[in-house]
Design a protein. Structure first.
Ligand code: GDP
Ligand code: MG
Ligand code: ZN
Length: 271
């Protein structure tokens, strides 16, 4: 079912509009069909216009991480995966800047995520490696791009659709310093079909997570550990100090990646 709301344009900036409707603010984009043939700089709407809007929620989170230090951290990846599953959004992992890294090493590091059934993309916005795969992932979907600042989120969207010309950090630093300091999310409609919300970082991500970190929910992102936890002696085992903990035993036997184990304990507020 499609919900259609009536709202008022509060702010128009480039390709996106802030619309007020029913006590809420929405970041909106003009549908591709209406936009066709117009330069991206043309404002189709003005502040004060009444509009119909169709709210959509993200179906998938493309978690972008750079393949190089200091960004490449599996603990960070686990946090993002966990938050997206909690937000009922499917995580897709995108390792960008692969042109700067030892690809074989990165692919080995990522094996565990692939084995768990997560789609993993290896991309370079610079050389366009993997961009076709990203296009396939984004086509026809409503996606949110998350990841630390500087990992290449805006560059990737530009690689998918160059005419969007989203500002990237390099531009910001070199030419526009101090001018485009807003860190608002940008919603764009793709010509290939679908929409992407380019977020400036983890802060935006908090919008669609409810804050509660239920132990059971956290376990969703650690299925290989969850399976074992049924064999723990205690039903409410925290897998830290308890005797007869099947999880700890598996870690000791090398059957569970110790880093994954540590990330799980950290996410559950343990130590
Ligand atoms: N070498 C290389 N540099 C990239 C790649 N993707 C983005 N960059 C550069 O990384 C910087 C940050 O990119 P940006 O798209 O602004 O990152 P964002 O903050 O995640 O949106 C820019 O200088 C980009 O040119 C890539 O795949 N390879
Ligand atoms: Mg950006
Ligand atoms: Zn246990």
């Amino acid at each position: 079912m499609i919900t259609i709301l009536i709202g008022k344009v509060l702010r128009a900036s480039g390709v996106q509009y802030h619309v007020y409707s029913g006590g809420q603010h929405y970041i909106c984009t003009v549908r591709g069909k209406l936009r066709k043939g117009l330069a991206t700089t043309t404002n189709l709407l003005s502040v004060g216009d009444d509009v119909y809007i169709t709210p959509v929620s993200a179906e998938q989170a493309v978690i972008v991480m750079a393949a190089i230090a200091p960004d490449f951290k599996k603990s960070r990846l686990d946090r993002y995966c966990e938050a997206s599953l909690r937000g009922k959004v499917k995580p897709v992992i995108c390792i960008n800047k692969i042109d700067l890294a030892d690809e074989e090493f990165i692919r080995r590091e990522m094996q565990i995520y692939e084995k768990l059934g997560n789609p993993v993309l290896y991309t370079s916005a610079r050389t366009r490696q993997g961009i076709d795969n990203l296009v396939d992932i984004l086509r026809g979907n409503v996606s949110v791009l998350v990841g630390s600042s500087g990992v290449g989120k805006s560059s990737l969207i530009n690689a998918v659709q160059p005419d969007l010309a989203l500002k990237t950090n390099a531009l910001r630093e070199n030419f526009l310093k101090g001018r485009h300091t807003t860190t608002s999310a940008e919603l764009v409609t793709l010509d290939i079909g679908g929409m992407v919300l380019d977020t400036p970082g983890l802060r935006e991500f908090a919008l669609w997570q409810d804050g509660s970190s239920d132990a059971q929910d956290v376990m969703l992102s650690f299925p290989e550990i969850e399976r074992l936890s049924h064999y723990c002696r205690f039903r409410n085992c925290t897998h830290q100090h308890e005797p007869g903990c099947a999880v700890k035993q598996a870690v000791e036997r090398g059957e569970i990646d110790p880093a994954r184990y540590r990330n799980l304990i950290k996410l559950r507020g343990g130590h």
